[in-house]
Ligand binder design. Structure first.
Ligand code: DQA
Length: 146
């Protein structure tokens, strides 16, 4: 069985494609997942994509990934800027965590400039739109495959 990477998406990312497309683009999460699956297969990895609007669900999924996955790519969405609980869950993970954003939060509102999650992240990818998900997968593959 190929090693599994969890791609975790926070609040409102189920609305990708219709949500402020001038900021987040026109691709849906399903579109992104399709491309990730193809690339993961080529890399000899498995990708599992999840989304929740609920902070506690994200925490539970991170806890479960500790024993089932070899890495997490997380776009915590608004929880990036608010959630100590998501940070604490990520700090329990013994594998690489990559923080991902479609937009570049540093070009946006001041309240988006601070990320709680960054403290647990090996690296951060932001500002490349949906393509960032594939960039994150490539980066994760380098970290988890020898
Ligand atoms: C986001 C940036 C966050 O500031 C915002 O709350 C989101 C999406 C991004 O992918 O650009 O919901 O994480």
């Amino acid at each position: 069985m190929p090693a599994k990477i969890l791609f975790l998406n926070g609040s409102n990312l189920n609305m990708l494609g219709v949500r402020e497309p001038h900021i987040y683009g026109h691709d849906t999460l399903a579109d992104i997942d399709k491309r990730l699956q193809a690339r993961a297969t080529a890399l000899g990895l498995a990708v599992e994509m999840h989304q929740s609007n609920h902070e506690g669900d994200l925490v539970t999924m991170i806890q479960e990934a500790r024993t089932t996955c070899v890495g997490i790519v997380i776009n915590p969405a608004a929880y990036t800027h608010t959630s100590v609980a998501v940070l604490d869950a990520l700090l329990m993970c013994d594998f690489p965590v990559i923080e991902l954003h479609l937009s570049n939060p540093h070009r946006r509102d001041a309240f988006r400039h601070h990320s709680f999650v960054s403290q647990a992240a090996k690296g951060i990818i932001c500002g490349f739109g949906a393509h960032g998900y594939e960039l994150a997968l490539e980066a994760m593959a380098k970290l988890v495959t020898k």
